[in-house]
Design a protein around this ligand. Sequence first.
Ligand SMILES: *Cc1c(COP(=O)(O)O)cnc(C)c1O
Length: 421
Amino acid sequence: MLINIKNREEKVDFKTAVQCGLGRDGGLFLPPYITPMPHIQDLLELPFVDRSQRIMQHLIGPNTDATLIDTLIAQAFNFPLHLSAVDPHIYCLELFHGPTLAFKDFGARFMAQCLQQFNPGKKISIITATSGDTGAAVAHAFYGLENVEVHILYPHNKISPLQEKLFCTLGGNIKTYAVQGDFDDCQRMVKACFQDDEVNAALQLNSANSINIARLFAQVCYYFEACAHLQHNQLVIAVPSGNFGNLTAGVIARQLGAPIKRFIAATNANDTVPRFLHNQEWQPLPTKETASNAMDVSSPNNWPRIMYLLNNDFDALKTLIKPGVKSDKETFSAMQFMHNNGYLSEPHGAVAYACLQNELKEEEVGVFLGTAHPAKFKETVDTVLDVSTPLPEALAQVQDKQLLSVEVTNDTSAFKQLLLQ
Ligand SMILES: *Cc1c(COP(=O)(O)O)cnc(C)c1O
């Protein structure tokens, strides 16, 4: 059972929450409280998929078909994750070995499996706007699933050519639209479709939003993997953060019993949360462009979940989560430092690594989340490190494929007509 943390009388089951995305008044869903899991040591000894199935069953509760959950997890988590030593006390939990080379594959793939399975035989359409990474994760997660059609809008010529190749060459049930306009136009057009009864009825629209509870729960699972490998009682995890879904999942993992001592909330110059942790004032500033662009978020919309999980207790919050802010210059130095030690990283992970370098105490062991593959940020990585990063399979394969996107104007009614055809 889940509650809407903004409107606490609203209680829904997991299936409903996955299908609605948001609750009434735009509230986020969470379990009312997190019950610790028994026998943590036994849990840590299980292989990743088996362990994740147990965690998911515990989070979702006894009213959902356990066999179904097991199947969904096995189908979603069908790629490896690694823990790599970067220096003697710091490790990278590499979450970027999925089909689109970013940690978002975990959440997007699990959510896709859920949405399809919870509507057996029913046709649904997913519509979403992307400025790059999310589009690819969502497209690959739904690719080839029966009865699901996916529509992705992105600003024409405003995403990197490799990013575009990654999700606009699939075809099949994935339709992509290159919008003559910017990301805000795309978001406006998607919103207008959701508000249009005719479009909604004809297409059975569903969103693939990043605040979906299925994405959050999926991300809880990989924190246990770091604990399983390190078996250390002074584990500090640094999370490169934008919308703070990843850190929220970490806090849930710890409340379930994952042996994590504390977290570092690592951000780039978009430091709303670090400033809040200093002075308890929530003051978003205009978004700044940085080299770690997936973290260029000034109003992180998962933050209310973290406050709820910690009972709005500011002292508890400050003990558990330390802030860390890195400029692009500091991020690039961290990339260079790691490279000199033989480890290739990209700007997002490097922000978190740099925070650990400052913060980690003698007796502690640090892990930072590797949220993206270095080749995904090839231009920056190659320039900063003076290297030529090889493209992994997933990118090399799509490089020469033909783009299948339809070019559209930013005119909403014309776009609706196109969808209804
Ligand atoms: C989305 C993203 C982040 C930020 O994750 P949040 O859960 O939004 O805090 C960090 N790094 C990369 C590479 C991402 O794509």
